[in-house]
Design a protein around this ligand. Structure first.
Ligand code: NAI
Length: 462
């Protein structure tokens, strides 16, 4: 039996970051992970592999649509799916091995296997029992199931199966126009599949700024994605190579059937805490199966903490990472903190979509007076040169104090641009502070400055 200051359960972005910070703070730390490689869903079957496929398929899209315009002539590249998969696997391998290196560097033990908590202060992995003063649960999430839809991870797949389909489908149905559905739907559409997205609501990416939703859907349609909106999927029937998807339109209850070679179920994820033994321990849960934690990420059982997707809040790797660092600080007797008001969200399609802070809807609900500064990428020289002028930056600021309350970006590098607004918000900046900051020319970030200018004196290039 080994004794630890901290045992972290789960080596996803929440868990591994937490473990590294614990070790840096001088705590003897181990991580329990049952997968063959570290990094959790994000590195193995989520964020990282999907970004590899998004990158590769975007390059193809550029070759097919923009190369000739720039005087780059010749046949467009053809897709070698096996090689693209090998590239993706190499990216995964490089990243997961990187975490192994960081564990060794920080003297963190990897306890291989699936862990359970027989009692506070104890973690069981296989037949071995380990003792720890603190246990931090970072067990993540798994895809939610949909009644009538049986996932086989070959024809009817979750995001996991969708990353390694046997071949590029001719026809693909995506259930759910959320982040996963649109990212992976984009990948296969660019690789040549006819992709139909079936969405229950009348809008895509629920919760996002309505102007962004509209622009985003228009751009995706222009790229070739088809949408069936306001439709509830009833069932799928699959053979070894094909599937039928039955859905009902909410407006008239009419039933429709659509054929596909692959069906991606992307209707959300749910917290994963199976086998940990939380019920026997009396750990308090929310009705949605999330572990309840206090401001210090401690559960109602002293010494047991939880972070990331298995707790409340957005299921985002970077939210989990921040909680991981903060929980480590707490366990080490310091003061960890996460500002939940400034957590960016990004969709890595082309163009990218990013947001942070309040939306107009949430501000209206709060009865707060706000102003809008908006700038179209059409007025940004760099975006025009790069065939990336579709989209805009929208900044919301307090009407009286000018303090930045939120930002919504659809356009090139939106996922990077959003961070200057995040930093500004962390410092309590006004839109004028951003507008008075010199931005290099020609950069996409000038569009952020122009949107900030639009909150006050007005933009220059529109
Ligand atoms: P989501 O919650 O983003 O979207 C699910 C969509 O499915 C919603 O639009 C919903 O209205 C629709 N839907 C639900 N039931 C339906 C039905 N029966 N028929 C048709 N449509 C239906 O969930 P998603 O895309 O699966 O992502 C899961 C989680 O993973 C999210 O919390 C997301 O934030 C996270 N994630 C984040 C990424 C990023 O930050 N880039 C990438 C991938 C996942």
């Amino acid at each position: 039996m080994a004794n630890y200051d901290v045992i972290v359960i789960g080596a996803g972005p929440g868990g591994y970051v937490c473990a590294i910070r614990c070790a840096q703070l001088g705590l003897k730390t181990a991580v329990v992970e049952g997968r063959d490689s570290l990094g959790g869903t994000c590195l193995n079957v989520g964020c990282i592999p999907s970004k590899a496929l998004l990158h590769a398929s975007h390059q193809l899209h550029e070759a097919e649509h923009n190369f000739a315009k720039m005087g780059l002539k010749g046949k467009s590249p053809s897709v070698d799916w096996k090689q693209m998969q090998a590239y993706k696997d190499e990216v995964i391998d490089g990243n997961t091995k990187g975490i192994e290196f960081l564990f060794k560097k920080n003297k963190i033990d990897w306890l291989k296997g699936w862990g359970s908590i027989p009692a506070a202060g104890q973690v069981k992995v296989g037949d071995e029992l380990h003792e720890a003063k603190n246990i931090i649960i970072a067990s993540g999430s798994e895809p939610s199931s949909l009644p009538g839809v049986e996932v086989d991870e070959k024809v009817v797949v979750t995001s996991t199966g969708a990353l390694s389909l046997g071949k590029i489908p001719k026809k693909m149905v995506v259930i759910g126009a959320g982040v996963i559905g649109l990212e992976l739907g984009s990948v296969y559409q660019r690789l040549g599949a006819e992709v139909t997205v079936i969405e229950f609501l009348d809008v895509i990416t629920p919760g996002m700024d309505p102007e962004v939703q509209k622009t985003f859907q228009r751009i995706l349609k222009k790229q070739g994605l088809k949408f069936v909106m306001g439709a509830a999927v009833q069932k799928t029937e699959a053979t070894k190579t094909k599937a039928k998807v039955t859905y009902k339109l909410r407006k008239d209850d009419s039933e429709h059937v659509i054929d596909a070679d692959a069906v991606l179920v992307a209707t959300g994820r749910k917290p994963f805490s199976d086998g940990l033994g939380l019920e026997a321990l009396g750990v308090e849960m929310t009705p949605r199966g999330q572990i309840k934690v206090g401001h210090d990420w401690q559960t109602n059982v002293p010494g047991i903490y939880a972070i990331g997707d298995v707790t409340e809040g957005p299921m985002l790797a970077h939210k989990a990472e921040d909680e991981g660092m903060a929980a480590a600080e707490q366990v080490a007797g310091k003061h960890g903190h996460v500002n939940y008001g400034v957590i960016p969200g990004v969709i890595y399609t082309w163009p990218e979509v990013a947001n942070v802070g309040e939306t107009e809807e949430t501000l209206k609900e709060q009865g707060r007076a706000y102003k809008i500064g908006k700038f179209m990428f059409m007025g940004n020289g760099r975006a025009k040169a790069n065939f990336a002028a579709d989209g805009f930056v929208k900044i919301l600021a307090d009407k009286d104090t000018d303090r930045i309350l939120g930002a919504h970006i659809i356009g090139p590098a939106a996922g990077d641009l959003i961070h200057e607004v995040c930093v500004a918000m962390e410092f309590g900046a006004s839109a004028e502070d951003l507008a008075l900051t010199c931005h290099a020319h020609p950069t996409y970030s000038e569009a952020v400055r122009e949107a900030a200018l639009a909150c006050g004196a007005g933009p220059i290039h529109s």
